[in-house]
Ligand binder design. Sequence first.
Ligand SMILES: Cc1cc2nc3c(=O)[nH]c(=O)nc-3n(C[C@H](O)[C@H](O)[C@H](O)COP(=O)(O)OP(=O)(O)OC[C@H]3O[C@@H](n4cnc5c(N)ncnc54)[C@H](O)[C@@H]3O)c2cc1C
Length: 279
Amino acid sequence: VTPPVTILGAGVAGLTTAWELTQRGLDVSLVDPNGAAGVHGCSWWAGGMLAPICESEVAEEPVVRLGALAAEWWARAGVEVVRKGSLVLALDRDQRELDRFARRIDGGVMLDAAGVAELEPGLEARFSRGLFVAEEGHLDPRAALASLQTGLAAKGVVVSQDAPTAGQVIDCRGLIARDHLADLRGVRGEMVVLRAPDVSLSRPVRLLHPRHPLYVVPRGDGVFMLGATQIESEGRGPASLRSVVELLSAAYALDPAFGEAEVLEIGCPVSAVAVSGSM
Ligand SMILES: Cc1cc2nc3c(=O)[nH]c(=O)nc-3n(C[C@H](O)[C@H](O)[C@H](O)COP(=O)(O)OP(=O)(O)OC[C@H]3O[C@@H](n4cnc5c(N)ncnc54)[C@H](O)[C@@H]3O)c2cc1C
């Protein structure tokens, strides 16, 4: 008989931990007062980019090293991972940002305009250069959370809202864990989901900008997630008009076909970041 393990929090951290320990035969219980993964958790709003090389511009070494294993892990867990890499772009006036970014990451191939158009035909003649990071991928976070929950339920692990804790406790409560980890801080990440059938991007695209960087993650069926502001704040509250305007203008600058998009969602979760990390 293996000793029981209680995991607090059923966001991506809690579910992946539960999955891994269940696979190894441990007796896991999963407790979250808010129930199954949903709008209350940061994971619901994530972009789903598996982009350790691009993140290495700002992230710490363990994030980059362990992030390199993520796509394989998700695929093994039965979650669909799209492996088409990431494309990093800058408008003509911001080309220095692209050079700076390329210098700061360890990887990527600089493409010319024809190379960018070959990868993303919808961007033809719009960008003179682009940095392509072939090793990266992306997934649909909500589908991934649902898939883990279904797989865990099949093994008898369901999210309980008020079970007592037993055995070893693993804390995956996100920002709430600040009661034990004083150096956690909140970062608000405002994001927008659009339906834009005229946009044909097939991989995450980052548009660098000195003040208002943007990334766009395709979700399939003409749906795109735009993210994200990174504002040092713990208040959830509604997204600000300024943030939404900045995201939408950047998307329009990336591809004017976003101009006809339908706005499906505006979200502003707060994610927990330790001392110097990014999200
Ligand atoms: C806009 C945005 C875009 C992002 N994009 C990406 C991306 O592209 N790629 C990437 O890798 N990361 C991305 N991130 C970061 C990623 O979303 C977070 O790092 C991740 O979701 C954090 O997961 P978590 O499980 O720690 O937290 P959460 O998902 O917030 O889960 C914490 C859970 O703890 C529960 N809880 C609270 N109190 C208790 C309690 N007392 N007991 C038990 N449970 C409790 C909550 O209900 C919640 O379900 C993004 C973040 C944001 C905001």
